[in-house]
Design a protein around this ligand. Structure first.
Ligand code: NAD
Ligand SMILES: CC(C)[C@@H](O)CC[C@@H](C)[C@H]1CC[C@H]2[C@@H]3[C@H](O)C=C4C[C@@H](O)CC[C@]4(C)[C@H]3CC[C@]12C
Length: 369
């Protein structure tokens, strides 16, 4: 991929480029990657905002496609220098079947890998997830751990299982010969809970609060820390890895990196209130309002209702046995591996990340402020 710094010559492909994280990666690349000649945005659902990006100096190519269709992936990858694979089904609410989650997240990733091999694309960055590690099915806490912290990564839920399998495929593909004989260089980035402009779950919490007269009810102890990272910093880490992967292939190839920044360690609900509070919502209770056993019962009833109603309507509440267990298990990271390996530093401070997210919440319909 060696190229002259002056003339934009590179072709990047972002799968899932119209998603929450994907959009930030696409916009960040256009703002901060001067070597770009063409940016291909591959997604099952193309967004209208793509049109506004097609008037700039970089050729933005919108490709409507499905990562489960190998031929579509190969056509999109052919001729690209770097692939950022962020497309996936992010579902812990029972919206998609386990089979579909596997098809998209695992088979889709295998299709991306094989497309790189077949077409000679050398650099592949995969958006993995903290969930590849945990929280595990035993509810073991992961307290300010890093990429080398021992932890029993045991999962049963289709989503974390699919992310773990996909990540393994990507890392194992590192070093395989691509068409033309050069080695494929891969790495995986593991964001914790991403927040920021466009976060659907934050939108869901906000709407739930509006439905209850501006109130949200504490379900999780404030002492349970959940790692969060601002979407702009996750996007920046992807851009940086894509830039450094060639020069530092021996060090970075086949590696995993947690995505992190200076976002504070808080419970999931308290962290959300950093943004929802200034927009008029209140979190009721300094302790969980209901005993844990009752929350488990309610979560189980939600899962039963989802199963009973499935032939008629898709019932996908925030509270289910998996989300309750997740929220109730400490999982935070403290690492500097990305800084040591490729000079990553968060682009956005906590204050900037918070301000940007609050501004976005305030634009949501019904915002009190
Ligand atoms: N949101 C988080 O907190 C978080 C945390 C860690 C990792 N991740 C990972 O980041 C990636 C992006 O997550 P997100 O939160 O932006 O989700 P998202 O649902 O907003 O974006 C995913 C994108 O992938 C596209 N997509 C889905 N199925 C596809 C298919 N078959 N073919 C092509 N495109 C398809 C969707 O249309 C969507 O635009 C995922 O791989 C997810 O596992 C997300
Ligand atoms: C209803 C209450 C119990 C409420 O507190 C539930 C919160 C719950 C919806 C979230 C708690 C932890 C979240 C997950 C975490 O941030 C990491 C994730 C990994 C990422 O790859 C996808 C999103 C997610 C699974 C995220 C989803 C929402 C939570 C489960």
């Amino acid at each position: 991929m060696a190229e002259s710094a002056q003339v934009p010559t590179l072709v990047y492909l972002v799968t899932g480029g119209c998603g929450f994280l994907g959009e930030h990666i696409v916009r960040m690349l256009l703002e901060r990657e001067p070597r770009l000649r063409e940016l291909r945005v591959f997604d099952l659902h193309l967004s209208p905002w793509l049109e506004e990006l097609q008037t700039g100096p970089v050729q933005v190519t919108a490709i409507q496609g499905d990562v489960t269709q190998a031929h579509q992936v190969t056509a999109a990858v052919a001729g690209s220098h770097v692939v950022i694979h962020t497309a996936g089904l992010v579902d812990v609410f029972g919206k998609a079947s386990p089979k579909t989650i596997h098809q998209v997240n695992v088979q889709g990733t295998q299709n991306v890998i094989e497309a790189c091999i077949r077409t000679g694309t050398q650099f592949l960055i995969y958006t993995s997830s903290m969930e590849v590690v945990g929280p595990n099915v035993k509810g073991h806490p992961f307290y300010r751990g890093n990429e080398d912290t021992p932890y029993e990564a045991v999962h049963r839920h289709p989503y974390p299982c699919s992310k773990a399998l996909a990540e393994q495929l990507v890392l194992e593909a590192n070093g395989r010969k691509v068409n033309g004989g050069l080695p494929l260089v891969t790495c995986a980035l593991r964001p914790t809970g991403i927040y920021g402009e466009g976060h659907q779950i934050m939108r869901d919490f906000y709407n739930q609060g509006l439905r209850f007269g501006g109130r949200l009810f504490r379900a999780i102890p404030a002492s349970v820390e959940h790692g969060r990272v601002y979407v702009g910093n996750v996007a920046w880490m992807h851009v940086l890895v894509a830039r450094e992967l060639e020069q530092r292939a021996a060090l970075m190839g086949g590696q995993v990196y947690f995505c992190y920044d200076k976002s504070p360690y808080k419970s999931y609900e308290d962290f959300n209130m950093e943004f929802l509070g200034p927009c008029g919502l209140r979190l009721i209770g300094t302790h969980p309002l209901l005993p844990y056993w009752l929350l488990v019962l309610l979560a189980t009833l939600n899962a039963l209702l989802q199963w009973l109603l499935r032939p008629l309507v898709l019932y996908t509440p925030l509270l289910n046995p998996y989300t309750l267990a997740m929220a109730n298990t400490t999982f935070t990271v403290s690492t500097n591996k990305a800084q040591r390996h490729f000079g990553y530093k968060p682009l956005f401070s906590w204050e900037e990340s918070k301000a940007r997210t609050i501004l976005w919440v305030q634009t949501l319909e019904g915002s009190a402020r």
